[in-house]
Design a protein. Structure first.
Length: 301
């Protein structure tokens, strides 16, 4: 949605071992005076092995957690809450064809999570979709989408791109493509990291909403940057900290970031939605739910 143009892979950063390059003899021993010592293993191979080991351990840990937000019923609930903040509706399946320029500097915002022409994710969606369905109605706009990526320009898109998007969004193939890209870039990484941090269903939604709005970026305004700031204020449950205290810290960072970007911004998606659930102690997002966002009240029985 409102995210930096550079999207980084949603994986933990792995520290890289650094070795000094030294001459070695034919047997692999370090050449020179003094007793022979074995040469260090190749740093790249060590890093790869460490990353694979850590990834396997993380996979096992994630698999051991309850489904949480990945449960189909909870995932549907998450998309409804997200849609209430993004489009003031619970009927998120009516938003595949939504498209407008909100005047926020990101160009056109479109689809179920607000893919934008100015922040790379809409371009990536159309490129991946076109590889699978070359004759789709958006393929012809790819040159223009590449040109405007990173800007708020409509050059090469107007006047017909919005109509083309809406027409394509009526096809089951493009709807499925939007859902797949949502999961690949935002939902699955957010839920995975939240589970690694020991967060329950609400915490997983808090991460998902932040990931959608700010993108999987490590800068101070991106999801990983916000998470890092929150971790300086409170320990995650995975580190032995209080889940409520950590989520309060994360939402504080999130809210401050929203106001820094746009003073006077509507922060109700944090204040009277996510923070409300948290202070009610509803860490598993159990229904019924009631919340307010953008001055509207929503309920899910």
């Amino acid at each position: 949605m409102k995210r930096p143009a550079l999207l980084l892979a949603a994986v933990p950063v792995v520290a890289t071992a650094v070795y000094m390059l030294v001459p070695t003899g034919p047997d692999g021993a370090v050449a020179g005076n003094g007793p022979s010592v074995s040469a260090p293993p190749n740093a790249r191979e060590q890093t790869k092995e460490r990353a694979e080991s850590e990834s396997a351990e993380d996979d096992a840990l994630v698999a051991s957690r309850p489904p949480g937000l990945a449960d189909p019923a909870k995932k549907e609930l998450a998309q409804q809450i997200l849609a209430s903040a993004e489009n003031v509706t619970l009927r998120w399946r009516e938003t595949y064809g939504s498209i407008e320029d909100a005047g926020d500097g990101d160009g056109y915002t479109a689809g179920i999570v607000g893919f934008t022409t100015g922040t790379h994710d809409l371009l990536t969606l159309v490129e991946r979709y076109t590889r699978k369905y070359p004759d789709n109605g958006l393929a012809g706009y790819l040159p223009a989408l590449r040109e405007v990526d990173g800007t708020d320009s409509h050059e090469g898109l107007d006047p017909d791109f919005t109509a083309a998007w809406q027409a394509e969004a009526r096809t089951p193939e493009f709807r499925a493509a939007q859902e797949a890209e949502r999961d690949r870039v935002y939902f699955d990484p957010a839920v995975r990291v939240a589970k690694l941090d020991g967060l329950g269903t609400l915490g997983q939604f808090v991460y998902y909403d932040a990931m959608v709005r700010r993108g999987p970026d490590t800068g101070p305004d991106g999801f990983y940057g916000m998470r890092e700031q929150a971790m300086r204020e409170a320990r995650t449950p995975g580190q032995g900290g209080s889940e409520k205290a950590f989520l309060e810290a994360f939402l504080d960072v999130r809210r401050a970031g929203m106001l820094a970007k746009e003073p006077g911004a509507d922060t109700s998606r944090v204040d009277t939605t996510q923070r409300r659930f948290l202070r009610e102690g509803n860490l598993e997002l159990a229904t019924p739910l009631a919340w307010q966002v953008h001055g509207e009240t929503f309920r899910i029985p």
